[in-house]
Ligand binder design. Structure first.
Ligand SMILES: Cc1cc2nc3c(=O)[nH]c(=O)nc-3n(C[C@H](O)[C@H](O)[C@H](O)COP(=O)(O)OP(=O)(O)OC[C@H]3O[C@@H](n4cnc5c(N)ncnc54)[C@H](O)[C@@H]3O)c2cc1C
Length: 811
């Protein structure tokens, strides 16, 4: 055989072994067999064959652990230990929060789709469904966002009472303490529904069911604390808030300066050991009306009254708001969404030691408690609120774009407007998929901290895009405030979700990949643990085993990335056939490229990667897009694969995978080591950038699904408040849209008659009159068109006010 054929055989064998992730022993046997065949039949000279035998022998020696450890790993182990970035306790705690789920699969470069398929579709219990259809629907009915945001700057007393009576603040509290004990999925769906009706109500309900006193008590409280506080919180007798942020301390919450000193003092007439606290907090949701404060502060014990430690670090305590020394009641005014939020200050407030959540054994554990709870909570409240708001905006916009006409056409028919509507629909589909599937995973026991950061960032960012598109499509109707405006408050409120629970710039740049890289990588965390092992020999043994697996994994990812890039992933195994198959295959491809570039970034940048925020952000984007595209595919399956929804699946996956490709490109262009970047480009884009964004035609298909009453439109509005009743503009718009379909043939008759010159009048009411007079429409038909025209004017109309009505009565 010619040299070329042997070369092809060798490269093919190496690629196949790497692509299939074959272990070292099996690879050695296969390569040995190939060498044997070559020695017998190949036509190379003696020296050449000797060289090959020597090379193979060296390779085979890698199977001998002792040899490998002494000659290779030991040196690398020393270098690795010296390069290991220092990790603060807070970073370590953030890394330990939650667990690894589908995010981990994407990091392997070879995702096991069964992990996602095994997750059952979302399902509420009958009790949860009844709560959604009963009290939640009823609450939506009595909410009047204009009254709340403009007239009262608060929810009216009957709404507050309704919230307490129906235990909206106790959704996460177990039944044994009198709460509702709803699943994360149910909480998410209830919040999304409320958010489709009132941003203020959704924010108010979200907070006690998120990171706060109830959640912390449940996980860390002593039995006495649980028995005392949880039933009171469940019944609504106590309203909680949680205070971490202060004037000097925002994103870097660990730098907080609010403090408590262990000392002797008087509590309820008795001298006791307690804590004297001083704090100055701001931005605290529910603080102006709360009865109990969850407080984060740094605890000091200079007199060693509770132990040997001087400074314990961040600690969380529960403090009744009527404790002397607390100053509360003033309000901030959050961007025209006036839910209760304000500063709370404490001056020399003395509380007993058992105010510490979990008692003195939890002194200094506050940060750990917070990040553990945030690891899951972040995927529920804000992403669900963003989803509900976006669903409502889309539902309204689709109907509005059909009803509002310019140039004799519904504005949805103009391709420019259609582009915005298609983008809204695709984004809502993505948000819904991410929220439903991730909340179902959490309901089934997962605690995925990286996906929760992905959801927090992307659902709120997509929500911002949906809100902006909705405003653009509505033109002046979106801008004029009043009871008829269903968009502007949601649009104004977007930055709230962007800012809280980890502001988005920080979440994108530091958290998603920053935590994901070490948390989800199949080897890095274990390698770091091995390197930090105080028993150096035991560490070396572990490190050696991990290192060689890691090397094999790196080679495999390079091979997989290259092969799938060359073949456009056509031959990679995925568990589905049919129209979505290609998206699964592209996710496989980009997962391998992602795993490869992650290793390259970590290897070349080491601890410096932490500071290279834009590299980290792009890696986080790639991980996020792959995660979201997987959620879209799973959601489509969970919905029974309705063929009519395929354009949305295609738009979402195409958009996400196209953005993935572009972020790879941006990453390679900015990768600090240019040689490594060139090599990576060969493995990732050997054929250049080949993936395309959704086509205009696809966008127009989606528009038709959104501006007409279709099952797809209904599915995208699932769970939001669409009741047809006075005051609910969403329901009225839908109703008008359905009537528009019925009168369409009649309007067409008038239109044709006008074109033929049989009707001369210019304005619509006169045209209808003329059509009736001339027998083009029967009196009943004319009445139907007239009524529709009036209804259309009504639902697309805006409010006006007497000058006095707009004058503020005082800030
Ligand atoms: C309406 C509302 C309700 C709130 N409710 C509560 C509550 O109930 N309890 C509570 O304790 N707190 C609450 N907060 C506070 C909220 O958690 C903080 O606003 C948030 O942590 C951000 O802090 P900051 O506003 O001081 O912004 P800063 O920390 O000053 O950040 C400003 C910008 O810098 C970015 N940034 C900061 N560090 C980095 C970095 N290393 N890399 C990249 N970007 C970075 C941020 O992303 C942000 O965009 C609330 C805030 C708002 C607005």
């Amino acid at each position: 055989m010619g040299t070329l054929i042997w070369l092809v055989l060798l490269v093919g064998t190496l690629l196949t072994l790497a692509y299939r992730r074959t272990d070292l022993k099996t690879s050695t046997v296969v390569l040995g067999a190939l060498l044997l065949v070559y020695l017998l039949f190949g036509d190379g000279g003696f020296l050449w064959k000797l060289l090959l035998i020597a090379l193979f022998a060296l390779f085979a020696l890698l199977n001998v652990e002792q040899f490998r450890r002494d000659n290779i790993t030991r040196r690398l182990f020393g270098i690795y230990r010296s390069m290991l970035p220092s990790m603060s306790k807070t970073e370590q705690e953030a890394l330990e929060a939650g667990n690894v789920w589908w995010d981990g699969e994407l990091f392997t470069g070879m995702p096991d789709w069964r992990r996602l398929e095994n997750l059952p579709p979302p399902k509420l219990t009958p009790e949860e469904q009844a709560f959604l259809d009963g009290p939640t629907e009823e609450l939506c009915r009595i909410l009047d966002e204009w009254q709340i945001t403009h007239e009262l700057a608060d929810m009216p007393p009957n709404v507050w009472q309704f919230l307490k009576d129906h235990q909206f603040f106790a959704m996460i509290i177990p039944k044994e303490y009198g709460g509702l004990q709803f699943s994360p999925l149910a909480c998410s769906m209830i919040l999304a529904k409320l958010s489709s009706r009132s941003t203020v109500a959704a924010s108010t309900v979200g907070v006690p069911n998120s990171l706060g006193p109830a959640e912390l008590l449940l996980h860390y409280g002593t039995d006495e604390q649980k028995q005392y506080w949880l039933p009171r919180l469940a019944s609504g007798e106590e309203i909680p808030c949680f205070a971490l942020t202060s004037p000097r301390v925002g994103s870097d919450a660990t730098a907080l300066v609010d403090h408590g000193v262990v000392c002797k003092g008087t509590w309820q007439g008795q001298e006791t050991v307690g804590i004297r606290l001083n704090w100055d907090k701001r931005y605290i949701t529910l603080a102006p009306i709360a009865t109990v404060l969850g407080l984060a502060f740094k605890l000091y014990d200079p007199e060693h009254l509770i132990g040997e430690v001087d400074a314990y670090g961040i600690t969380a305590a529960l403090i009744p708001m009527d404790t002397p020394g607390i100053e509360v009641g003033r309000r901030h005014f959050p961007i025209n969404i006036p839910f209760q939020n304000g500063p709370v200050r404490g001056h020399d407030v003395f509380v007993p030691l058992d105010a510490i959540i979990g008692g003195t054994k939890m002194a200094g554990q506050g940060w750990h408690m917070l990040v553990q709870q945030l690891a899951v909570g972040r995927s529920i409240v804000l992403p669900s609120n963003a989803l509900g708001g976006a669903q409502a905006a889309l539902y309204a916009t689709g109907a509005y774009a059909k009803l509002r006409r310019q140039f004799n056409l519904p504005i949805g028919k103009f391709h420019g407007v259609g582009e915005a509507i298609a983008r809204m629909a695709g984004n809502v589909y993505t948000m819904m998929a991410a929220s439903r599937v991730t909340c179902t995973a959490i309901t089934n026991g997962e605690k995925p901290s990286v996906p929760s950061a992905i959801l927090k960032y992307h659902n709120t960012e997509l929500g911002r895009q949906v809100a902006a598109d909705a405003m653009d499509v509505h033109g002046g109707k979106g801008i004029m405030l009043g009871p008829k405006n269903y968009l502007a408050r949601g649009y104004e409120g977007v930055p709230i979700a962007i800012t809280v629970e980890g502001a988005n710039i920080l979440t994108r740049n530091l958290i998603i990949f920053g935590q994901g890289a070490i948390r989800c990588h199949p080897f890095v965390r274990a390698e770091m643990d091995a390197a930090r092992n105080p028993d150096r020999d035991a560490g070396l043994i572990d490190f050696d085993r991990l290192l060689f697996k890691h090397l094999g994994y790196g080679l495999s990812n390079a091979a997989r990335s290259l092969v799938m890039a060359v073949t456009l992933a056509r031959f990679t195994d995925v568990p589905v056939a049919g129209p979505t198959r290609r998206y699964y295959q592209h996710i496989n491809r980009y997962s391998a490229s992602f795993a490869l570039i992650t290793d390259a970034a970590m290897f070349t940048l080491g601890g410096e990667l932490k500071r290279r925020e834009l590299i980290s952000a792009r890696l986080g984007d790639i991980l996020s897009y792959l995660y979201l595209a997987s959620m879209v595919l799973k959601h489509y399956q969970d919905q029974g694969e309705p063929a009519e929804d395929l354009p949305l699946v295609e738009w979402s996956c195409r958009t996400l995978l196209y953005k993935t490709q572009e972020q790879f490109h941006g990453l390679l262009r900015n990768f600090p080591n240019r040689w490594v970047a060139a090599l990576l480009r060969f493995f990732i884009f050997p054929r250049g950038r080949t993936y395309f964004a959704p086509s205009d035609v696809l966008g127009q298909e989606i528009v038709e699904l959104m501006i007409n009453p279709t099952p797809t439109r209904d599915r995208l509005a699932a769970g939001i408040y669409t009741a047809v009743e006075p005051g609910n503009q969403l329901g009225l718009l839908q109703q008008a849209m359905e009537i528009a379909e019925q009168v369409k043939p009649l309007e067409r008759r008038v239109f044709d008659a006008r074109r033929a010159g049989d009707i001369k009048a210019d304005d619509t009411p006169s045209q209808i009159d003329e059509a009736e007079q001339k027998g083009i429409l029967t009196p009943t038909e004319a009445e139907a068109v007239r009524a529709f025209d009036q209804r259309m004017l009504d639902v697309t109309g805006v409010d006006d006010f007497a000058p006095d009505e707009l004058r503020r009565k005082g800030a």
